[in-house]
Design a binder for this molecule. Structure first.
Ligand SMILES: [Zn+2]
Length: 235
């Protein structure tokens, strides 16, 4: 699949990465997330919440206008819990209120949720809310079990990739996030997250997934190949 990029050439600070002729070159190992955050702001701006269109502030200097500004965050459209990758295609600027109340909902679910929660508190709407929550819980459990696809199949490659190059060692591979994914794997017998690799097959994201694959419950690692991203290492 293709990573969404700004439609102009640009160098990111500190020699992290560069967009040139529609290709993203990443120079610094371990910087992928940071590069994705910076590119997302370049593509979608920093001014407005994607969900409620509230004006956003991106730094503390704008604090005085508290009434109009809310802290800026980046939301994963496909929630991280369901394997939503940290790539520009899946990130949008959002106010902290929307981001935290959206939690592990998909955008359409969040819109529905907001509809129910803006309603008055009569018996009817309470019933509707309860039903919505119930069906959401079911859907989410089906996603965890893999009965419903969490991510569009078009994002994954069909190729059998035998060699993925891991160019860096993450300092804490066995941190809290790893433990969480390990619990998920043991319970649902499937890997919770895909891995993301560059066109030249360097691992960009999903280090924990690679480590977890050792359990091998017969579940294939799902691979997202970013065809317009090249990992160059140190320039
Ligand atoms: Zn918002």
């Amino acid at each position: 699949m293709k990573l969404i990029l700004p439609d102009y050439d640009i160098k990111l600070g500190d020699g992290l990465a560069e967009v040139k002729n529609g290709i993203l070159y990443i120079y610094k190992p371990g910087s992928f997330k940071d590069v994705m955050y910076q590119l997302t702001y370049l593509i979608y701006g920093k001014d407005e919440c994607f969900f409620c269109h509230k004006k956003l502030r991106s730094n503390m200097l704008e604090m005085d206008n508290e009434k109009y500004f809310s802290q800026i965050t980046l939301d994963h459209l496909i929630p991280q819990e369901f394997g939503g990758p940290t790539i520009t295609n899946n990130l949008r600027p959002a106010c902290s209120e929307c981001n935290s109340s959206k939690g592990n909902m998909y955008p359409d679910e969040f819109l529905e949720y907001r509809k129910y929660y803006n309603k008055k508190r009569d018996k009817e709407s309470k019933k509707a809310r309860r039903e919505f929550k119930e069906s959401l819980r079911n859907t989410q459990e089906q996603r965890r079990k893999g009965e419903i696809e969490s991510i569009s199949k078009e994002w994954f490659t069909d190729e059998l990739i035998r060699n993925i190059y891991v160019s860096f060692w993450i300092a804490e591979p066995l941190g809290a996030m790893y433990k969480k994914q390990e619990r998920f794997l043991k319970k649902y017998k499937r890997l919770p997250k895909p891995i993301v690799v560059s066109q030249n097959r360097f691992l960009l994201d999903g280090f924990n997934t690679i480590l977890l694959a050792k359990y091998n419950y017969g579940e294939q690692i799902k691979i997202i190949v970013l065809e317009n991203v090249i990992f160059v290492g140190f320039p």
